[in-house]
Design a protein around this ligand. Structure first.
Ligand code: NAD
Length: 492
């Protein structure tokens, strides 16, 4: 028997009437009263208005964060005291994971089970940086008879955090946790497509005992609120995750102020499957790698390169498995691919699907899935025989669309893998140990997974090369980004 609530759109109960900014411990509207529409991707219905922040709202938020930094207790608290607050944040996020997942899934179209995983990861990010900050050790050097030198690590000030709409709550936590753990104060500008889950942070921080002004949130469009945050002279740091083209603009806008920048940008990551690989595992992992999170994942393995001797078998089996991926309503626990985040993004992904029909051989998907005539649903789509010059091979689609290309030699595989402007992740499938390491070390990617899926230890560096990013986050690298390391020298 089918549960009919799983085959019709779902609206969570107790949605807020609207979304406001959170400045200096208070929920406020925009100074000019402006709002923007927020819609749910399944029905396309505008379900609430969010405050549309502009320069005046950013000015107020930065002033509050600056006051909290210069006068408030947060930067001066012992790491252990800040750590306790962050652990309470983690506890609260964990205790609300089901509600968070429900709201995130509704607002972004992510499958509910995957949204739940992301909520738990957000809690883990807070726990991780809460632990790391108390374990922080800094260098001391002694030149015998002459000098002692030590590092005095200090928070920098007001950190501007600008985040995208894919896994929004989790990606916000990835910046909030280290920025706050190190004693900075923050202004968060979440993505305008998905402001719902971000609106929960205010209550969580208040309950956890965060002093007012330490965490501030301004909603709004990138070109208004985001732009004003980047250009604000009292914001010395910008941590940005989003498209490479937006990153370039932010880089230019931050230049006059010589701001510290951390940029996590786009990707077009290759998965390279050699003939000696465990094909069952490679197929399962590369299906997950591009279709989980609706394909709206920066590290999606969206180009699969397959050694020619197993190419035909791989394509046939891959296409069959892609057709079995279950598309459904985001709130259905059986759903593997939900609804894309927004009609605008749906149109973009669909334009690539149409383009792909001329650039490759369509072997699965290619449009809306059966039974979903409305909403932003896209069937898992696979193009084979895609040439490296094709736009679908070169450009980030950010949806459930993958291209497969054959290769003959290791050298050709490496050339193909490196043949895009991006360099975020790579996935290598082979049982030859030497080849695995040689290939991984040569591939132009910030992160490589060998015979494995996209699972990360939070201590490892996260970041891309080429157009995929600037700098690294993760573990102590995040602590370094959010702190000054002052060198103090004493002559003996
Ligand atoms: P986007 O660049 O359109 O927007 C990201 C954020 O930047 C939003 O909050 C937006 O409002 C803001 N913004 C836009 N213009 C701005 C401006 N001129 N000044 C300041 N802020 C501005 O990206 P998106 O479409 O929200 O996200 C998808 C992109 O993010 C993809 O390219 C994806 O690969 C990338 N991404 C990268 C990572 C990573 O870690 N490398 C992780 C997730 C997503």
């Amino acid at each position: 028997m089918t549960d009919s609530t799983l085959t019709t759109p779902h609206t969570p109960t107790d949605l807020p009437d609207g979304i406001r900014h959170y400045i200096d411990g208070t929920l406020v509207d925009s100074v000019d009263g402006a709002t923007f529409d927020v819609l749910d991707p399944v029905t396309g219905r505008v379900y609430l208005q969010a405050a549309a922040g502009k320069k005046a709202d950013i000015d107020a938020a930065v002033a509050a964060a600056r006051r909290a930094f210069t006068e408030g207790p947060w930067p001066r608290m012992l790491p252990r005291e800040r750590s306790r607050v962050l652990h309470r944040v983690a506890d609260l996020v964990e205790s609300r994971d089901a509600r968070l997942a429900e709201l995130e899934s509704f607002d972004s179209g992510l499958p509910i089970t995957q949204a739940l995983g992301q909520a738990r990861r957000a809690a883990e990010n807070f726990r991780f940086f809460a632990d790391l900050i108390v374990a922080q050790a800094d260098d001391t050097y002694k030149v015998p008879g002459r000098q002692i030198n030590y590092v005095n690590r200090k928070p920098i000030g007001v950190a501007g955090l600008i985040t995208p709409w894919n896994t929004p709550f989790m990606l916000e936590s990835w910046k909030l946790a280290p920025a706050l753990a190190t004693g900075n104060t923050v202004v968060l500008k979440p993505a305008e497509f998905t402001p719902l889950s971000a609106s929960l942070w205010a209550g969580i921080f208040e309950e956890a005992g965060m002093p007012p002004g330490v965490f501030n949130l301004v909603n709004g469009l990138g070109e208004d609120a985001g732009d004003a945050l980047v250009k604000h002279p009292d914001v010395p740091l910008i941590s940005f995750t989003g498209e490479s083209s937006t990153g370039q603009l932010i880089f230019a806008n931050a230049a006059p102020h010589l701001k510290g920048l951390s940029m996590e940008l786009g990707g077009k990551s290759p998965a390279i499957v050699f003939a000696d690989a465990d094909l069952d595992a490679a197929i399962d992992a590369t299906i997950f790698g591009v279709f989980s999170l609706n394909g709206e994942r920066c590290t999606a393995g969206s180009r699969i390169l397959v050694e020619r001797s197993v190419y035909d078998e791989f394509v046939e089996r891959y296409a069959a498995q892609a057709q079995r991926v279950r598309v459904g309503y985001p709130h259905d626990p059986a759903t593997e691919v939900g609804a894309l985040v927004h009609p605008e993004h749906f149109d973009k992904v669909m334009s690539y699907v149409e383009l792909g029909k001329n650039e490759g051989r369509l072997v699965a998907g290619g449009g809306r899935p059966a039974g979903f005539e409305t909403g932003t649903f896209v069937a898992p789509t696979v193009f084979a025989d895609v040439a490296p010059t094709a736009r679908i091979f070169q450009e980030e689609i950010f949806g459930p669309v993958v291209c497969i290309t054959p290769f003959d030699t290791d050298a050709e595989a490496l050339t193909l893998a490196n043949d895009t402007r991006y360099g975020l992740a790579a996935y290598v499938w082979t049982n030859d140990l030497k080849r695995a390491h040689n290939f991984s070390q040569a591939v132009e990617a910030g992160m490589v997974w060998l015979n494995s899926n996209n699972v990360r230890d939070l201590r490892t560096p996260f970041g891309g090369v080429k157009a995929s990013g600037l700098g690294h986050e993760g573990g102590y690298r995040s602590i370094d980004f959010y702190t000054h390391q002052q060198a103090v020298h004493i002559t003996l």
